[in-house]
Design a binder for this molecule. Structure first.
Ligand SMILES: [Zn+2]
Length: 492
């Protein structure tokens, strides 16, 4: 069976357990359908009884539903991921976790070998080099990033960029045959490729090996033929004070192939960090009683509107959707939207008190945990006027935490490194789609309306008014300061 879309009910889909579901339940199960029509790339799965689009990514525009289900599967699975997924992660600024052995993430090869033979249409000129994507008549619309730059432009820029490399000269001759026979294969197919060095020869440094085993080796290329690469020991080189520029060189051999990565030798120092189990400080979250793990992130279009995406995963882990909402509002800076995401998760927690005992709330903004506090830290009052502008939202978040504490529910707030934040892609896409559609809620993701949350809506409107007043020079924090002293001040 060819499965080209991920199941929106998640890997534990009930129909899947009785072998009745035709969707993929793991990323690696995805492939292209036997025939590809341009309209197959359009995902209508959020529309009732609509057809799912192709989830294997060629740089096509995803709907919000596709973004959110892909993000959820990524969190659920362990690397290594296929190159098309690494390409997606790179496009959304997470390339550090997702290097690929190809400069173009293997896209041109996939277009040639997978897509074109199945694409049912009149023959056309086939794109060979990445730069051909500019004029290629693709069977889909290109995904754009948060700055509205289409995917193919970013890829061309990435591959055609001229990058300076450090030049190395050889100090002494060395024969590397012993290393060739005695190196383990876990660095990939090129594990045993070494240069025999001759004094006077020049090389350029592409990268260095990292990790517990075999770190500190150079991956170098010949100065005159930069596509010939091999390992070399740093001690035999002298680093020159000048650089040589090439079009980006392929760092691929630095990375093990899928099969090698799966071997036990490699998995012992896997780069994967799975947040369902471990906090960034190493705390074993499984040891906390009935822990709910929440994420939220926001994307702002300054003075026009914002979008928030959030995920509240209860200890029972039955959730399988990442709701998002967009809201047209005069608001500047990121803290107000970030507070909104945090508050939406608190509402979810408050609505299901029987499901959890402790909760950890990950936010992207460092001021939110500071201003709101949690059961381990008291809240800190805003000090600058621009902080007091946000007070209605801060007050709402603190009140929700207090209401939860009265029921012996404890919540930890933590800032999470952007690299690990899972809601950012969906928030960004939700904002872009809403902005382009006059701030109606974009289809394609479980929606949640801010308007339905009366206290939140009022607080946001008040913050918006405050921001306008601040810009006109008419904002005063006096009333808020009195309120703070009355309700939350440590002196009380
Ligand atoms: Zn299913």
């Amino acid at each position: 069976m060819v499965m080209y879309a991920l199941c929106k009910h998640g890997p534990n889909c009930q129909r899947h357990q009785s072998s009745k579901c035709g969707f993929a339940h793991r990323i690696n199960e995805l492939s292209l359908p036997h025939e590809v029509f341009p309209n197959r790339f359009v995902d209508e799965s959020d529309v009732r009884e609509g057809r799912a689009g192709i989830d294997v990514w060629f740089g096509q525009t995803y709907t919000l539903a596709q973004h959110s289900r892909l993000r959820l599967y990524i969190e659920h699975e362990e690397p290594p991921f296929p190159d098309w997924l690494r390409m997606y992660l790179w496009f959304y600024g997470k390339e550090k976790d997702s290097p690929s052995k190809y400069e173009d993430f293997g896209l041109m090869e996939r277009i040639r070998d997978d897509l074109l033979p199945k694409w049912n249409r009149v023959r056309q000129r086939r794109p060979v080099a990445v730069s051909d994507l500019e004029t290629w008549n693709a069977p889909f619309g290109w995904q754009a990033d948060e700055y509205d730059v289409p995917f193919y432009k970013r890829l061309i820029e990435h591959c055609c960029q001229v990058v300076p490399y450090d030049v190395l000269t050889v100090k002494e001759a060395i024969d590397m045959s012993w290393y060739r026979t005695n190196t383990s294969m876990h660095w990939g197919a090129d594990s045993r490729r070494y240069f025999d060095l001759v004094p006077g020869e020049r090389y350029v440094l592409i990268d260095e090996s990292k990790g517990e085993v075999g770190s500190g080796w150079y991956w170098v290329a010949h100065y005159d033929s930069p596509h010939v690469c091999a390992w070399a020991s740093p001690s035999h080189f002298e680093r020159q004070r000048y650089e040589k520029k090439y079009r980006r060189l392929n760092p691929g051999h630095m990375w093990p192939s899928m099969e090698e990565w799966k071997s036990e030798e490699w998995s012992s120092h896997s780069i994967a960090k799975r947040f369902w189990h471990t906090a960034p400080d190493g705390t074993d979250l499984d040891k906390l009683p009935k822990l709910a793990v929440c994420f939220s992130d926001a994307s702002v279009c300054d003075r026009v509107g914002f979008a928030v995406s959030f995920l509240c995963s209860m200890p029972t882990k039955e959730e399988w959707s990442m709701p998002c909402c967009a809201h047209k509002l005069y608001v500047c800076g990121s803290e107000a939207p970030e507070l909104t995401g945090c508050i939406l998760n608190l509402y979810v927690l408050k609505g299901r008190p029987w499901s959890w005992e402790t909760a950890i709330l990950y936010v992207d903004n460092n001021k939110v945990p500071l201003h709101v506090g949690d059961h381990t830290r008291p809240a800190v009052s805003p000090t600058l006027p621009c902080g007091w502008v946000l007070y209605p939202l801060i007050r709402l978040a603190i009140r929700l935490l207090r209401e939860l504490a009265k029921e012996n529910k404890y919540v930890l707030l933590q800032q999470l490194n952007r690299k690990y934040m899972i809601c950012d892609t969906v928030a960004k896409e939700c904002m872009r789609t809403a902005r382009d559609n006059n701030w109606t809620h974009p289809p394609g993701s479980a929606s949640m309306s801010i308007v339905g949350q009366k206290r939140l809506k009022e607080a946001l409107d008040e913050v918006s008014e405050n921001q306008k007043k601040l810009e006109r020079g008419g904002f005063s924090s006096r009333m808020y300061k009195q309120d703070w002293d009355l309700w939350f001040s440590a002196r009380k």
